[in-house]
Design a protein around this ligand. Sequence first.
Ligand code: ADP
Ligand code: MG
Length: 282
Amino acid sequence: MEIVRAKDVVYEYIRRDDEGNIVGITKAVDHVNLGINKGDFVAILGHNGSGKSTLAKHFNAIFLPEEGTVWVDGMDTSDEEHLWDIRQSAGMVFQNPDNQIIAQVVEEDVGFGPENIGVPTEEIWKRVEESLKAVGMYEFRKYSPNKLSGGQKQRISIAGVLAMKPKCIVLDEPTAMLDPKGRKEVLEAVHELNKKEGVTVILITHYMEEVIDADKVFVMDGGQVVMQGTPKQVFSLVDELKELRLDVPQVTLLAYELKKRGINLPDGILTTEELVQNLRGI
Ligand code: ADP
Ligand code: MG
């Protein structure tokens, strides 16, 4: 079962001067086709400006395609009747945690979304508790978000999305502004949600290390999906990724260089353990 399907999606930004004349057009999403299965952990990779954020905003109807169609949980995003169902099905988490937190107390912030859509109070508190526990932030429920680290704030943002009971979470570079510890916390929380709660995760990132545990990876360039496959398949294509100005995980690169120098190793090694095992066998 697919939770997201994009068919021939095109989206352009049109720049105008003061008089309203068109001075430039950027085709940010250029005939994208993709499908994301329910329950999967999917990563979208691509250098700056490749169209990741623009595409992601189609997954909860912030943007509507100019050409083509996007379906979320079977609903056409351009069908206004389904707008709120779609927004509820696919929650978004953005890069900057400071822009996403509204309330003065953590638990109020997490309860804000459900309150807004009229969820009964008792149910709100239940959801707040569950969501905060799911991201490991329950003990901070009475804190002021200002007192938290970036990683903690980002987990609060994720809890806020979770409280809406989405089937799918889209995270647009959620760790870009975090230190390594914060990045690890957020990544672990997101993997937990995926495994334990079965929430579909769409993670946009340019940190290769965040991609290796994904079920599927899409690589974007110039508004198009130019590669897709398992992390192993994608990271086997070291030269192609370099051409797209993307790195590969360090251990993958090391294995690749060793192989080039005549050591018999398989393509797409993703972890140190895998490399060690293969080297032992030689
Ligand atoms: P990514 O998230 O991969 O960095 P974006 O989707 O943000 O890529 O951008 C894709 C392209 O669209 C880039 O060329 C970018 O400059 C352009 N773009 C993004 N947002 C806007 C905007 N609000 N107005 C005009 N052009 C934009
Ligand atoms: Mg972006």
